[in-house]
Design a binder for this molecule. Structure first.
Ligand code: TTP
Ligand code: MG
Length: 396
């Protein structure tokens, strides 16, 4: 069995984002949760320094304050965590479109078929981990295994800052001594039933037949029988929101002239828009990718309440991202733009949508379909012809 499933889970995610944004908090106990209005509410997460005092998710803030009175308590900034989450998913999507989003900070990737481009699974896992560290200054724990159950278990085994591989020949050695609650789906109730029968470790479960387990636990017994042996045939279910359509181009020479860069941006936006329209899709998120001459790479994105599929909106949102974030302060080697948070066009509420831009874009598409790609171009696309090749990237 190949090691084709990667599980990525960020360490102490909300707390780590706060520490990234305020380096004075690095290494300190940081607790996120509550309403910001006193001690009501529960802990969303705690930094690993705070966990040493026994603080954990879902604990009442009041209790956390007793255990760790010197911690920095913060109410949390959901929008910021979502924004960073999208950057993490963008990094993962560079390696495979086969991503199943489990939560804001957690996903499975199926990297089967990606090895010719990116090398063995280990290399892909390492690259994801280092890209997240270098580009976002955050730490992800990574698990690598032949299936989802083992990959999730692996990412947890060496947390924080974990990188753990479970090969097929190591399954029993690793699984057998672990407590039963390490099995995905075994909650307190199931754990109690198993313990009453003398099953404390995963190895203990293997002493029971499939029939014995089903008579104890019903349908879940079948699953437990297989999971205890490290078998799991659930496929990675690609999440709709992880899909995106993007185009990028590498310049022959690094560019800093904003007029030329925006001209290329328009051409790329048009390609993205055209593919969206061809597939009858629209999206809510526009993202920009920029790689500079020194190879540092960054992405920025923005999400609108209203979905769109026209070139003009894609271009304008992208341009705004570049301008608002001051991204043209050094020469650019690569420029990319894409749209994510995709939905089918028939879900778009037309009454809420000024469809003029969409109609123009579709007319232009028809002309291009009939007379060729170069038959009609936007005025500002005529400015620049310095892009080496346009690398098409489609993740949907
Ligand atoms: P988790 O991945 O479960 O936890 P974590 O990232 O904080 O820590 P680690 O993975 O290193 O154990 O959850 C991700 C985020 O989801 C977490 O930072 C905050 C939020 N969350 C809650 O709001 N409430 C909860 O009960 C849990 C478990 C998480
Ligand atoms: Mg996490």
């Amino acid at each position: 069995m190949a090691l084709d499933i990667i599980h990525v889970d960020m360490d102490a995610f909300y707390a780590a984002v706060e520490q990234k944004d305020n380096p004075e908090l690095q290494g300190k106990p940081v607790i996120i949760g509550g309403t910001g209005l006193g001690d009501r509410g529960v802990v969303s997460t705690a930094s690993y320094a705070a966990r040493q005092y026994g603080v954990h998710s879902a604990m009442p803030i009041k209790e956390a304050r007793k255990l760790c009175p010197d911690a920095v308590f913060l109410p949390g900034r959901m929008e910021r965590y979502q924004e960073i989450s999208q950057c993490i998913f963008e990094i993962m999507s560079r390696f495979t479109p086969r991503i199943e989003k489990i939560s804001i900070d957690e996903a499975f990737l199926d990297v089967k078929g990606c090895h010719r481009l990116f090398g063995p699974s280990r290399k892909i896992g390492k690259k994801i981990k280092t890209s997240i560290k270098q580009e976002l200054d955050l730490v992800a724990s990574i698990g690598l295994a032949p299936n989802k159950f083992l990959a999730k278990l692996a990412s947890d085994l060496e947390k924080p800052d974990g990188f753990k591989v479970i090969r097929e020949d190591e399954i029993a050695e690793i699984l057998d001594p672990l407590p039963v609650d390490k099995i995905w789906g075994v909650g307190e109730k199931t754990e109690e039933i198993l313990q009453n029968q003398g099953m404390r470790t995963i190895g203990d479960i293997k002493q029971f037949s499939e029939q014995e387990l089903t008579s104890l636990l019903g349908q879940f017994g079948h699953q437990l029988y297989k999971l205890a042996r490290g078998h799991d045939d659930r496929a990675v279910q690609v999440s709709e929101e992880c899909k995106s359509i993007s185009h990028e181009t590498t310049f022959r020479r690094d560019l800093q002239d904003s007029e030329k860069i925006f001209s290329v941006l328009m051409a790329l936006s048009d390609k993205v828009g055209r593919r969206l329209r061809k597939k009858s899709l629209c999206g809510k998120t526009v993202f920009i990718k920029i790689r500079y001459g020194d190879f540092t790479t960054l992405t920025r994105q923005t999400t609108s309440p209203q979905a769109f599929y026209d070139t003009k909106t894609i271009y304008e949102q992208g341009k705004k991202l570049i301008q608002n974030h001051g991204l043209l302060d050094k020469p650019v080697r690569l420029l990319g733009i894409g749209v994510s948070s995709l939905i089918a066009r028939h879900h778009l509420q037309l009454s809420l949508f000024s469809d003029q831009d969409g109609a123009v874009a579709e007319t232009v598409d028809k002309i291009k379909d009939q007379f060729g790609e170069k038959s009609i171009v936007r005025a500002n696309q005529l400015i620049h012809k310095n892009s080496k090749q346009s690398e098409q990237k489609e993740d949907s």
